[in-house]
Design a protein around this ligand. Structure first.
Ligand SMILES: NC(=O)c1ccc[n+]([C@@H]2O[C@H](COP(=O)([O-])OP(=O)(O)OC[C@H]3O[C@@H](n4cnc5c(N)ncnc54)[C@H](OP(=O)(O)O)[C@@H]3O)[C@@H](O)[C@H]2O)c1
Length: 252
């Protein structure tokens, strides 16, 4: 029987690349996101290779999450890997210039959405047991502060600690939990963060080599297919061309 991976945010970036990677390795897919046309296109692309179930889903809506998970048809209802990937950063501006609504959207998506999904799928993952995995997409922003990261980075710090705490409670079930923390990666992430500013997005990725969505999809696949006795708690992945900066000091 094919293993089933459930991917949130499969309409773009890491999630879409993960769908392609897992499909190429023979996994059945549950793909979700808010943009139906993209889900349809991805299903059409991959369904010749593996079974694909798609459904539009806003992870912030707990009732919809629950309904989708409870209604998953056979063979998609035995989820062996949950990739909690849906997420976003809004406003690259300083905290004091950011709309409160943007903070709430990040909290609702990156934290509430992720716990909605996890809670709904825990029974299935525990049923699969040995070798099952939850891959939570955190970020280097969860560990390292930088200007303009405010609630985004804080939400990813939640993802890291929640992942570690889940490990404690799932001990003995066989279910693994990983906080996968990428550095700069070229996806639609910056387009979303800047409110659709393509020039700003292009400028961020210009003349360097960011991670690609496929790099992170390969890391996801590696984590999910390790021998069942191995769990990667935290994986931080940066492009070689990214590193830290000195502390900032304000002088009069
Ligand atoms: N790119 C980076 O540099 C980077 C670095 C570290 C971590 N990350 C994290 O990686 C994850 C994926 O981001 P990406 O870089 O692949 O960006 P992306 O290309 O913008 O993809 C984000 C995905 O999240 C989905 N999404 C957003 N809000 C959602 C909601 N309320 N409900 C359901 N799906 C939602 C989007 O789908 P719809 O719009 O169709 O719903 C889209 O498929 C995010 O958690 C992000 O924080 C990114």
């Amino acid at each position: 029987m094919k293993k089933v991976v459930f991917i949130t945010g499969a309409t773009s970036g890491f999630g879409r690349a993960a769908a392609r990677k897992f499909a190429s390795e023979g996994w059945a897919l549950v793909i979700t996101g808010r943009r139906e046309d993209r889900l349809q296109a991805l299903q059409a692309e991959l369904v010749e290779t593996v079974p694909v179930f798609y459904k539009t889903l806003d992870v912030r809506n707990q009732a919809d999450v629950q309904q989708l998970v409870e209604g998953l048809p056979d063979p998609f209802n035995e989820v062996a890997c949950l990739i909690n990937n849906a997420g976003l950063a809004l406003s690259p501006k300083p905290a004091q210039e950011t709309e409160l609504a943007d903070w709430h959207t990040m909290i609702d998506t990156n934290i509430t959405g992720l716990v909605n999904m996890t809670h709904a799928l825990l029974p299935s993952l525990i049923k699969v047991g040995e070798g099952a995995s939850i891959i939570n997409v955190g970020s280097i922003a969860g560990q390292w502060p930088y200007p303009g990261s405010h609630v985004y980075g804080a939400s990813k710090a939640f993802v890291q600690q929640f992942s570690y705490n889940l490990r404690c409670d799932l001990l003995g079930t066989g279910v693994r939990v990983t906080d996968l923390a990428p550095g700069i990666a070229e996806t639609e992430f910056t387009l979303v963060r800047t409110g659709g500013d393509q020039q700003a997005s292009d400028a961020l990725y210009a003349n360097t080599q960011a991670l690609s969505a496929e790099d992170i999809a390969n890391a996801m696949y590696y984590i999910a297919t390790l021998p069942p006795h191995i769990c990667i708690n935290h994986m931080e992945v940066m492009p070689t061309r990214q590193a830290w900066s000195p502390f900032a000091i304000h002088r009069e």
